[in-house]
Design a protein around this ligand. Structure first.
Ligand code: F6P
Length: 327
């Protein structure tokens, strides 16, 4: 393997709080080991267009506390083509970049793996997505911040829900998985949590809401993951519940992209800092095609292929806890 003298770092896919802290960590670790680093703007699209910036330890000052990603992010259609990837490779060679650190999620890692297979280019993944839907790590960068944001917002919604004796359906992000819904739901004391992994069913939802009313609850919060498979979106759910349980006055709140913004939590800053160090050190040890991860509070590496194909499992214990808590 060619000696690594310069590492390119980029953020790709949906942004997440803590991505800046991860870029900072990659750049500073490179500086620590006396190698160069370059930032690649707008993910794979910027790679194809050669939109690079030389970075050094000082160019990443003052960003550990900033949400989003200063390198910007994108989902590139061109990189899905062989010609696009060839052009990206040419641009990396022209800029003397010897290895790549990709901060992103499943789609970004799939791109990285194909790129490695085609051009034998060393790649390393850092999991950055609010969804926490990556196998090989207990936490992805941004997930913790998002949970705190969601819990904070639901606390506020609960104030108005209880003042008006209302039922709220709150939709949270999670295209394919229910990690945000389940954890924030337990943390915020939701009555029911609808996630893609478990089909609660409309009948059970009505039963549960009827039970809540009978047990003396005057207001309720139901969290719905956006990828939930109950067969109705939050607005249809509102209509359905109002038709079947007219005693309920229902409102809907779709939290949307506010969940992806904001200053990263301490947990995410620390995680991002650890992952950046591990990613660069692994590359310098001649290891690549891996994703760094957190397991039992230890930094680990997992083959990228496994991280992509593996399913991040929902914590069933939390479902039970939620059921017991909503008595
Ligand atoms: O992948 C993270 C995520 O926030 C998903 O939960 C959500 O479905 C998606 O991104 C939204 O993507 P976009 O910002 O492209 O609409």
């Amino acid at each position: 393997m060619k000696e690594i003298k310069k590492i390119g770092v980029m953020t790709s896919g949906g942004d997440s709080p803590g991505m800046n802290a991860a870029i900072r960590s990659v750049v500073r670790t490179c500086a620590f080991y006396g190698i160069e680093s370059a930032g690649i703007y707008r993910g794979y699209q910027g790679m194809i267009e050669g939109d690079f910036i030389e970075l050094n330890a000082r160019s990443v000052k003052g960003i550990i506390n900033k949400g989003g990603t200063f390198l910007k992010s994108a989902r590139s259609k061109d990189f899905r083509t062989k010609e696009g990837r060839k052009e990206a490779y040419n641009q990396l060679v022209k800029a003397n970049i010897d290895a790549l650190v990709v901060i992103g999620g499943d789609g970004s890692f799939t791109g990285a793996l194909i790129f490695n297979q085609e051009f034998d280019f060393p790649v390393m993944g850092i999991p950055g997505t609010i969804d926490n839907d990556i196998a090989g790590t207990s936490h992805t960068i941004g997930y913790d911040t998002t949970l705190n944001t969601v819990v904070d917002v639901i606390d506020k919604i609960r104030d108005t829900a209880s003042s008006h004796n209302r039922l709220f359906f709150v939709e949270v992000m999670g295209r394919d998985v229910g990690h945000i819904a389940l954890n924030a739901g337990v943390g915020a004391g939701a009555e029911e949590i609808l996630i893609p992994e478990e089909d609660l069913g409309l009948d059970r939802l009505l039963e549960s809401l009827t039970r809540s009313k009978e047990s003396g609850k005057s207001s309720s919060i139901v969290i719905v993951a956006e990828g939930d498979k109950i067969g109705k979106n939050v607005f249809e759910l509102k209509d359905y519940v109002e038709e079947n349980l007219p005693e309920y006055e229902v409102r809907v709140s779709v939290l949307g992209h506010m969940q992806r913004g904001g200053s990263p939590s301490c947990f995410d800053r620390v995680l991002a800092s650890r992952m950046g160090v591990k990613a660069v050190e692994s590359l310098l040890e001649g290891k690549f095609n891996l994703m760094v991860g957190l397991k039992s509070d230890k930094m680990t590496v997992t083959p990228l292929a496994k991280a992509i194909k593996g399913q991040s499992k929902i914590n069933k214990e939390l479902i039970r806890v939620s059921d017991i808590m909503s008595i």
